[in-house]
Every structure is written in structure tokens, then in C-alpha cells.
Design a protein around this ligand. Sequence first.
Ligand SMILES: O=C(O)CCC(=O)C(=O)O
Ligand SMILES: [Fe+2]
Length: 352
Amino acid sequence: MPSLLTTHHHHFDLHSADSLPDSYAWTPLDDHRSDGQSHLPIIDLDSPDAVHSIGLACLHWGAFHVINHRIPPDLLHRVLSETTRLFSLPTHRKLLAARSPDGVSGFGPARISRFFDKRFWSEGFTIVGGPPMDHARRLWPDRADHTSFCETMGEYEKAMEDLTGRLMGLALASLGLDKRDACEFQGGLAVMQLNSYPACPDPGRAMGLAAHTDSTLLTVLHQTTDSVGLQVLHRDGRWVGVLPVPGALVVHVGDLLHVISNGRWESVVHRAVVDRDLHRYSVAYLCGPPSHVRVSPASALVGPGREAAAYRPVMWGEYLGLKARLFDGALASISVHNMQNKIKTKNNNRLE
Ligand SMILES: O=C(O)CCC(=O)C(=O)O
Ligand SMILES: [Fe+2]
């Protein structure tokens, strides 16, 4: 179990390290190697087969690349250059926008790091509910510098809202739902996670971001494409390094889409590894439902004469709370099967 002592990391400057401190050295070492590199399925959003191919990609991989997504190349470029500009600030300046101990937005280690004894070779900056004006002003007192960051992130967020709406429509259609059902999930709180993985003197023993699933419906990942950093766990148990496709975006099935699919699609387990020479950046747009929406297995899939619902309904806020407490046990905690077994055990105990 992780020790609570690791919750409050004091800051160590990854950029100046010439060897790996013990607190960053992960074991077992060879678990790091991926069993190969591969392209994820590439979905052309303009193709008439998009619904069908998204369904197959979700079933077999839980992740895919999208092309013809209509996000302007210039915007994609600016998002990564603003991200680079942010993480290139000196540490003392970044700490002016540090995440507060129980807060979400701001600069700090990945939130899942508290579940692990070893530290991650990465830095993160989380943006919640619109451009982070206050933080940006502290990072860049100069007006032109903070407005260009906020405007770019705001523009990207809008573009992502639109893209994830279209992706949800296609994904739900491939589950046999009406595309209009996707509307219910639109307009949720936007969360963007900017990640920086500096070059690392001992990449074979370091971990950029440990294995996890996203607590989202879908996640759209935009990344620098000169190194392979993202790895996904294939259903056959192999870790696969995802070869970047220039111009494409990576889409992950999150835990909530797993619930909607009644467990048909797994939320993809993924992690990020680091490189000896290349500094990698990624921007994850975490797409969740509006806070009042109860997420449950799709009515087209479950009910009398069809499958039994595998999960109870859950709202995003509640699920995030479960994830924060139980981490990779969160999905199991809303599984109907597990709940029924618990009730049975309770009743049996009572009879004894
Ligand atoms: O940087 C990556 O490749 C993965 C990032 C990620 O998984 C996340 O932010 O949830
Ligand atoms: Fe993730």
C-alpha cells in the first residue's frame, strides 16, 4: 500500500538531474519494456464506416487514433507550444500556480501518484472549468504571455467539446443507441491535463505515469510525436508502445463508457514511459458527463430479455470520489455482481 507520506512531494527539479534518485527508481525493471510498438486502429471520422470501426476499436483496444477530426493543425500546434512554454518556466515560478492540497487545478504531480510508493518522472498542470486566468497571471505577469495561454486553452477546450460530442455520438451509435442519446452527455465540466515528461538519465527504471484507466467517458490525447511514450495494455496482456501518428489524436475509452457499454468495452489501461533524450508533452482532454447525469448501462443493451445490468447508475462526481479512494477498485465497487455477493455474504453471516 502507498504510504501517506508520499502525498506531499517536495519538489525535485527533474530537468537538472544527472542520475535517478532512489525515490524515482521503479521495480521490477523489465516490466517497463513494452512487448512491441504498434499503431492503434486509425479511425477516419469522414468515413461512412466510422461507426462500425469505432465499435471494433473499442472492443479490441479501448483506444484508437482519429484522423479528419477537423481540429485545425494550427490550433494543435499552439496547444503544444503553450504547454511547452508553461513547463519551461523555472520551478519557483511554476510553484506560484501549485495545486492546493485538496484542489484539482494547478501545477503538481499526477493525482494518482499518491497510490504509489515511487514518484513519477513527470509534471502536470490541471485545468478545470475554463481558462485558468488566476494561475496564468501568476505564471506570466506579462499580459500578452498569459492571454495567449488562456486563449489557446479556451479555444482548444471548445474544439474538444465539439469533437468529443461527435465521438460519443459515433460510439453510442455503434452500441445500437440513438445518436441523440449522446446529447445527454454533452456540456459536462471540462478538465484538461497537461503533462510534461522531461528527458530522463535512466529511462529503463523511471515511470512517467503509472498504469491507470481514465475516470471519463472518453479521453482525447494530443501529444508530441517525436517519441513513443504512451503504452496501452492490450487485451491479450501485452504492453504496446503506441506509435504516434502525426496530425492524429488518440482516444481512450474511459471507465464511464465501459459502464454505458455494460462492460462490453474495457476502459483502456495505459501508462507513460520516458526517454533518455527527448522531452515529451501531452495534453489530455478528459470528457465526462454533466454533473447531474446518472451514467448507467445503456437501456438498449440491458433489461428484460437482454443482458442484466452489470453496473449500478453512478454520477461523475461520485465516481471521481470512488476513484480517489479506491483507485483501480472503483469500477468493481459499482459492479452489481459484487454488490449482490456482498448482500449474500451479509445475509449468510446473519444466519450463522
Ligand atoms: O501522456 C500520456 O501519454 C498519458 C497521459 C494520461 O494518461 C493522462 O493524463 O491521463
Ligand atoms: Fe490517462
